[in-house]
Design a protein around this ligand. Sequence first.
Ligand SMILES: *Cc1c(COP(=O)(O)O)cnc(C)c1O
Length: 337
Amino acid sequence: MLTLRTVLEAVEPVSRYTVRTPLVPATSLADTGRQVRLKLETTQAIGAFKIRGAVNALSKLTGEQRARGVVCVSTGNHGRALASAAAQMGSRATVCMSSLVPRNKLEAIAALGADVRIHGKSQDEAQALVEELVDKQGMTEIPPFDHPDVLSGQGTIGLEICQDWPAVDTLIVPLSGGGLISGVALAAKAINPDIRVIAVSPRRGAAMAASLRAGRPTEVEELPTLADSLGGGIGLNNRYTLEHVSALVDEVVLLSERQIADAMRYLYFNEGLVTEGAGAVGAAVLIEQDIRERLADTLGKRIAIVVSGRNIDMQDFTQIVNKSHPVYSRNGEDGHA
Ligand SMILES: *Cc1c(COP(=O)(O)O)cnc(C)c1O
């Protein structure tokens, strides 16, 4: 179970193996009566917060489990995090991927010391290999979000924000599977129940938002999005995060692709930050006037935004900054064909 205590217990392993990230003022987003600070998970060595959950989950394993290794399916930040955590903590990560994964992503994870295994042509087929490695070789699967030790690790972000800024009244957090926001919101509201928590997802493939509306885990069509780290479902067998998100999150905001791109450009030009799409979404709540006005009753005067990651292809990033990216040229609904 995820509780304030499990988050407090995660502090020791997380602080040993990860960066205690800075909470910096964002003067461009402030105005009279409103202060804004950014929690820069972009400064983690792997470029995203997911190292926290991975480290905490690994710290709970026995020596024998670590020796047998950990395994996951992930082409993105969770794969990087598990590879890095295993390399630092005397274990070995196996990251399973489908043959459709681009070579640069595969190489980034292999470079962190993970054993990369290509299996099948889809995420589901790669997942079948995970299950085989768990059954036949006794590896331990560490999932990207729906696991109490992962949630507790991500929750250390909420603790740090409240420690560094006791007067904070609003948290804005990216949302996909809900591991990040579950941990952050639980820790923050346990410390101060008046804190409001706002979730932000891309409109394309917003599986958690659909699941909240339906009151049960719901699949939505998976579509490409600039916030690629926020893609994917919540799992039809979701055990933890749907319940936490539904209990702890005050508002869910959905963004168009153009709004995501604009937030990335804004943070670059005004705050000097390189962010991936998922890392920038929180800022859109304050940048976009209509969202800001719609949430006027929820937004407080001391707002912390979790800037969750910076792992983006620099070719794509510079195209967004220069407005030469397709999201700025198509008239289509969301800038994707
Ligand atoms: C995974 C991820 C998220 C979303 O986290 P969830 O726990 O799936 O909600 C946000 N930002 C980045 C950069 C991520 O890698």
